[in-house]
Design a protein around this ligand. Sequence first.
Ligand SMILES: N[C@@H](CCC(=O)N[C@@H](CS)C(=O)NCC(=O)O)C(=O)O
Length: 442
Amino acid sequence: MSDRTLYRLFSWELSYFSGKVRSYLRHKERLGDLGPGFEDILATPDLVAGLLVPATGSGAVPQLLTPQGDWVQDSSEIIDTIEARHRGHPILPDVRVAPRQALAGHLVELLADEWMVVPAFWERWHYSLPGNDPNHLSYNAMQWGSVFAAGASGEARRAAGAKLFEEVFGISEARTRPRGVYAGLVHLGCTPDTEQAWWRSLQRVLDRLSDHFAVHDFVLGGAPSLADFGLRGPLYAHLYRDATSGFLLRTRHPIVAEWVERTNGPNVSARTFGQKLYSLGANGDLVDRPATSDGGLWLADDDVPPTLDALLAVFFEEMWPMLKSSVETMTAFVASSAHTRGDELPAKTFFADPPWTEHQTGDGALTHEIEIGGLVVRRMVTGIHVWKLQRLAGVLAAALAASRDDVCGWLERFPGGKELLDLEDRLVGCRVRKDGARLFSV
Ligand SMILES: N[C@@H](CCC(=O)N[C@@H](CS)C(=O)NCC(=O)O)C(=O)O
């Protein structure tokens, strides 16, 4: 029997958002700031159907069960919940002292959660299509079979993954009749016409991260923060672990690959937070210093270095126009006869939520045109973007209260940066309430 007083994380190793939360919990636990600690539990289909769905209304992972018996779904809400309970080692500088860094941390998390997700999702499935070379279908089938047939023999696990891909995702006809995950890619605006543009967007982010991590070991300097945990979503389970993209990441962006190893947990060569580097003193004795950059600390004086500005420019140039339009589309939908205020809204990141498929696909009321790499494509609008923007609006208000001039001056550096200042007003017509993993208009 496992210890009932631990936090319990229900996760998959292959899962984008599980990787984010797991590395966060490991970090808190290593620093002795997670109370009783946590157990990482494989969310098998039995547990998903019998525990997770009844608890939160969603089978999505990660989900957290607290020692008090409360369930939390959504990676950001899990982190917020733990941060509110365990305050010894916060994962962001205090917004009242370092408003730009606190805001930067949230913006990087949002970019990682809801923009980089598209090309990261694409690489997993594109390189699993029959005929594509290089191809990691066998690896991918194995990692899915390990969830769906946990406990079966190795060959049975691999076969279970392959069966799932064929029967549920229709992998053989993915290009002509997208189903399952392949339909999800289309819902997100990642089609045969736009997939290379999405891939280029990702390479742009990776190039900028390479420049940044060449100087600083973590996003905010020498210690991990929310921004690093957010980036673990795309970078760990997908871009590092998946075989084809893992090869590309290690060979084309080795500095980013090293950051993945650094943020995984103890890795003596990649330098873990809290590790010491030793040199020999005059008497041959061991003299230690912090192993990570910047003296093992977040940058002083609320500094946001140019290499981090360059990463955030991707948020403002590419993602922000999509978010603005998302909010407008959701506002119109909530006000329309298709919705009754107070009713539920779709909340999925990866694909159209079945009850709203008609609205979220084709030319439906919950779709909009976005631009990626100069190409225009339609994609779904989801309530999770509204919820994440509401959360951001709270941080923004605190940052502005701390130092309006500093924050405004900094935002002015980005195209459309000052538009963020109106975020609260933009959300007025589409605010949502979260209950478990479900979202409702208010
Ligand atoms: N907004 C959620 C997204 C969670 C999510 O989409 N998880 C994926 C795996 S990475 C999943 O479980 N998908 C299956 C589903 O949504 O039913 C979060 O941040 O936790």
